[in-house]
Ligand binder design. Structure first.
Ligand code: FEO
Length: 394
């Protein structure tokens, strides 16, 4: 990313990672990402807010050289994860007078993760401010978006809120500001689903804080900036809300088409009852699309065949991921085919231990599904309809 001036003396100096396709070796990023870092020149001091992933340190350095930055007084670390902190050691070498400004928890993590020596830190408290001369940075502790040490930095005079991971999107773009279009929203929702959904409760509180602060610009550390903060705040309000869509997600895997027959039958039975369905064949699905769908769904039915005596590993992965993402899901069903018995239901239930969900009676077919199995799938569809009606879904 080239240097972009946001306001006089405030620059975007981060990097675009156009071809990154996986984050944390787990999260799909089909549209790449950016690591946003910001340089703020005050009349007396200069601050760098966050850095970039170590793979892109050279771009950050090039940008700082381009701006002829001779001195950095403060490197603000809003988050210890290496995609934002990983270039701090290089910056500290280049700018020996610079102090890493962060909270005590983040300091400990940066010492562990990057072996930054203790004397390079300046520890600040919640809501404490530092002056850059004619500009003031206030630090707002906001744990758990994404790790326990996360915080925001607010540039008071210019009303820019730097939120690091929160309000980010994995979207490689050379544009500074987000267009308010469907693509931008989809990437932001994917990011929320893959990264932020487990922290829904904390985010609800932070949305209130941010609205109260009423920043002019929200500047996250991934993806474009929000010139109209209302747009992204409203989207998050919807995602973290307790409301649902009238939809059933059916992630499934099928080895010899028996489970698939059951999945397709159930899908039709639900559609006939006015319920939307979304099927995810786990052998081909971008798991991020499944995560996005989990944001709004009250019900998931996992289609899981038995391999030997246990559940197919792909179904275990889907259940494990669902559990880890902690969606607002209320109901779970399990359907599938088995050969000679097994513990599929126990295995799946064990993976869902963090979710407060009600489990429907599983529908398991010995071999290919027969009349009795299809009747049970009809019953399951009826039961789901009843539960959705109770939620007021139409
Ligand atoms: Fe973008 Fe949690 O780091």
């Amino acid at each position: 990313m080239s240097v972009i001036e946001i306001k006089k003396g405030i620059y975007s100096v981060g990097a675009i990672h156009w071809d990154r396709r996986l984050f944390d070796e787990l999260v799909p990023t089909p549209d790449g990402t950016t690591y946003n870092a910001y340089l703020i020149k005050g009349s007396e001091k200069t601050a760098l807010i966050d850095t970039v992933d170590p793979e892109k340190t050279h771009i950050l350095i090039r940008n700082l050289k381009h701006l002829n930055v001779k001195r950095i007084d403060y490197v603000i670390a809003n988050h210890a994860e290496q995609d934002h902190s990983g270039s701090i050691p290089t910056i500290l070498e280049m700018y020996p007078e610079a102090k890493v400004v962060t909270n005590a928890k983040c300091k400990g993590m940066l010492m562990d993760l990057l072996t930054i020596p203790e004397e390079r830190f300046m520890v600040i408290k919640d809501r404490e401010s530092i002056s850059l001369g004619d500009r003031t940075l206030q630090f707002i502790f906001a744990p758990w978006v994404h790790w326990p040490e996360t915080m925001f930095t607010y540039l008071e005079e210019d009303r820019i809120l730097f939120t690091c991971d929160l309000f980010g999107s994995h979207f490689a773009t050379s544009r500074l500001y987000a267009n308010e279009d469907e693509k931008v929203l989809e990437d932001a929702k994917r990011y929320y689903a893959e990264i932020m959904m487990p922290f829904r409760v904390q985010i609800k509180k932070y949305l209130d804080w941010v609205e109260e602060l009423s920043p002019e610009i929200i500047a996250p550390s991934h993806g474009p900036l929000w010139k109209n903060p209302d747009f992204i705040i409203r989207a998050h309000r919807e995602w973290v809300s307790d409301s649902f869509k009238n939809i059933v997600l059916i992630p499934y895997i099928s080895m010899h088409h028996s489970t698939k027959q059951m999945v397709e039958y159930l899908a039709d039975a639900l559609v006939e009852r006015g319920i939307e369905v979304s099927l995810f064949n786990l052998t081909v699905t971008d798991i991020g699309k499944f995560a996005i769908a989990l944001v709004d769904a009250p019900t998931m039915v996992l289609g899981a065949p038995t391999v030997l005596v246990g559940t197919h590993p792909a179904a275990i992965y889907a259940a494990y991921l669902t559990n880890a993402l902690r969606p607002k899901l209320k109901y779970v069903g399990i359907i599938g085919s088995y050969g000679w018995g097994g513990k599929a239901v126990d295995h799946i239930k064990a993976q869902l231990s963090s979710l407060r969900v009600e489990l429907f009676e599983p529908v398991l077919s010995k071999g290919v599904p027969g009349d009795e199995d299809f009747k049970n799938l009809d019953k399951l569809a009826e039961e789901i309809l009843k539960k959705h009606k109770e939620l007021g879904l139409k």
